[in-house]
Design a protein around this ligand. Structure first.
Ligand SMILES: C[S@@+](CC[C@H](N)C(=O)[O-])C[C@H]1O[C@@H](n2cnc3c(N)ncnc32)[C@H](O)[C@@H]1O
Length: 276
């Protein structure tokens, strides 16, 4: 194996371990249940469309895409999440194909899908141009590429920015995921290979948690990137307390609920829809 291939293996193994940690399906259920259906609506899936979901996780978007009539392939790097997706699809009464795949090297033929989707999935692969090229390659001419991406200034964007100083340094060549929430960056990635490109802001209101502290505790327990960030601090009590304080500060400052009410947050994202 070449040095570059070995480095890539390390990066992808780390990504798999991160997203398998905790309980990501629960994070979707309790915080972002409306984004998958919103992306499916924006992509205007028609009955019989061949649909690929990239970074599909446990099917938050792929399953609604199947409900909308798509013939769906859900692909992801993390087998544990695909397995959770399989069970969720059975419970929901829809049939999908589940395929382990890297967004940077999709195992699908050129122009083989009418619609290519990704909700907060493709944005987490390290090399953005490689991913954009793959999304374009597998979409048929005239087909649709539709993504939901976190924006840097939104709540989830700021949550990642808050964790960043506590995370291990990223591997060489790794580009920040939040750049996928920046319009100029995405325009550059797709270039003139798409005939139209639209950006529409969306907000997921989160009022599942009684208090900011409950929100932080939930992420510490269930959200892979947060779990891995704490894990990387080992038993450094001072750094762990500093991360606790930084996350609680964010959760307290950004709580828009009236005094005494349940905590309330607005998670801002952008829906990117391109026509190939
Ligand atoms: C925030 S989750 C989103 C999952 C799902 N799309 C959703 O909306 O719930 C990020 C997903 O991206 C996947 N992922 C990360 N890097 C990837 C890569 N290089 N190729 C494919 N999937 C990747 C993870 O395994 C994880 O399922």
């Amino acid at each position: 194996m070449s040095g570059a291939a070995a480095d890539d293996r390390v990066v992808k193994d780390r990504a798999r371990a991160t997203w398998a940690a905790g309980d990501f399906p629960r994070v979707v259920r309790d915080t972002i249940p409306h984004v998958g259906p919103a992306l499916v609506a924006a992509a205007r899936i028609r009955t019989g469309d061949r649909v690929l979901d990239v970074g599909a996780g446990s099917g938050a978007t792929a399953i609604p895409a199947a409900h909308a009539g798509g013939d769906v392939v859900a692909s992801d790097l993390t087998p544990e999440l695909l397995q959770a997706g399989r069970s969720a699809a059975v419970a929901a009464g829809v049939a999908l194909e589940w395929v382990e795949a890297d967004a940077e090297a999709l195992p699908f033929a050129d122009a083989s899908f009418d619609v290519v989707l990704s909700s907060f999935g493709a944005m987490f692969a390290p090399r953005h141009q490689v991913v954009a090229d793959e999304l374009v390659r597998v979409a048929r001419p005239g087909g649709t590429i539709a993504m939901a991406n976190w924006v840097p200034e939104g709540w989830v964007g700021q949550f990642f920015v808050t964790m960043l100083p506590f995370m291990p340094p990223p591997p060489p060549g790794f580009q920040p995921p939040l750049l996928w929430g920046v319009e100029e960056h995405v325009r550059e990635l797709f270039g003139d290979r798409v005939s139209s490109l639209t950006f529409t802001r969306g907000v997921q209101v989160v009022d599942t948690f009684a208090t900011p502290a409950a929100l932080v505790a939930f992420y510490r327990e269930n959200f892979g990137p947060t779990i891995m960030t704490y894990r990387s601090l080992g038993d450094d009590a001072e750094r762990r307390a500093a991360l606790d304080a930084a996350l609680l500060d964010l959760a307290t400052r950004s709580n828009s609920a009236a005094a005494g009410a349940r905590a309330r947050y607005e998670f801002e994202y952008v829906l990117v829809v391109a026509r190939r």
